[in-house]
Design a protein around this ligand. Structure first.
Ligand code: ATP
Length: 242
């Protein structure tokens, strides 16, 4: 007996004008796992992330969370369903302090927390992500890894339980990637579902429970990462050979 995926997209097509960026993608993600989405440049990975997060409105198809359809193309609806996207290029104003960034996140969501309740939340998330910088530091003065930790913590303050990280390793050194993956494993351990858009097969095999391969806007494979453990086979899926 396999539980239905907590998060699902059905026959999702996204177009920019006449250009079909995603073509009838059907995929589901189980809760509490780490899901990699891979593909070459232009495969549609970012478009996929943006559609899930309600930033772009699919031309066709449905997005369901726990069997309930989410209103498409609405960031608020996605957030209400617990979905948060952390962009490749971070979104927080660089002049903000960490503390201001945390408050910015909640105000934007129109949520009401007491000052102490809010502080308790973000202190907890920053600790979970091993962000030890002084909360009075400005974002722009922090190392990129710490900035990323703050972005992730900001997403979590609003109780997100499906976190999408768009190419989070692109800005990191190899040791930074290891520390990011440690953060992601901690989130998984408390039941957060994480979708990682990745580029490198080595990284996919190091972290992911499942892997979804996009090519030219189509879903070409989806399954357990351990069934794709052969890096050559996975590479062939991504590039379309041999
Ligand atoms: P990358 O790794 O380069 O970010 P990707 O797999 O994330 O690639 P997308 O960014 O989703 O791919 O882009 C998929 C296709 O859609 C590309 O051909 C891209 O040129 C096109 N595209 C993306 N955004 C737009 C847009 N706003 N208007 C027109 N075409 C777009």
């Amino acid at each position: 007996s396999v539980a239905p995926p907590a998060w699902q997209c059905r026959a999702m097509t996204v177009a920019y004008g006449d250009f079909i960026a995603l073509d009838g993608v059907d995929v589901g993600f189980e809760r509490g796992r780490i899901h990699a989405v891979v593909g070459q440049n232009g495969a549609g990975k970012t478009t996929f992330a943006r559609a899930i997060a309600g930033i772009v409105r699919p031309r066709q198809g449905q997005i369901l969370v726990d069997g309930r359809e989410i209103e498409p193309g609405k960031v608020r609806a996605a957030r209400d369903a617990g979905v948060e996207l952390v962009h490749q290029s971070f979104a927080l104003p660089p002049s903000f302090t960490i503390a201001e960034a945390m408050e910015f996140g909640t105000r934007k969501h129109g949520q009401l927390f007491t000052a102490s309740g809010l502080a308790r939340r973000w202190t907890q998330h920053l600790a979970e992500l091993d962000v030890t910088a002084d909360v009075r530091s400005r974002i722009r003065d922090l190392p990129v890894e710490t900035q990323q930790g703050v972005e992730i913590a900001r997403a979590l303050v609003t109780d997100a339980d499906l976190l999408i990280l768009d190419e989070p390793t692109a800005v990191l050194s190899p040791s930074g990637v290891e520390r990011l993956f440690e953060r992601v494993r901690r989130l998984k351990a408390r039941g957060v579902t994480v979708i990682l858009i990745l580029h490198k097969i080595r990284e996919v095999l190091a972290i992911a429970d499942t892997v979804t391969v996009l090519r030219g806007g189509r879903l070409v494979a989806a399954g357990l990462a351990r069934q794709a453990l052969d890096p050559v086979a996975l590479s062939d899926l991504i590039i379309g050979g041999p």
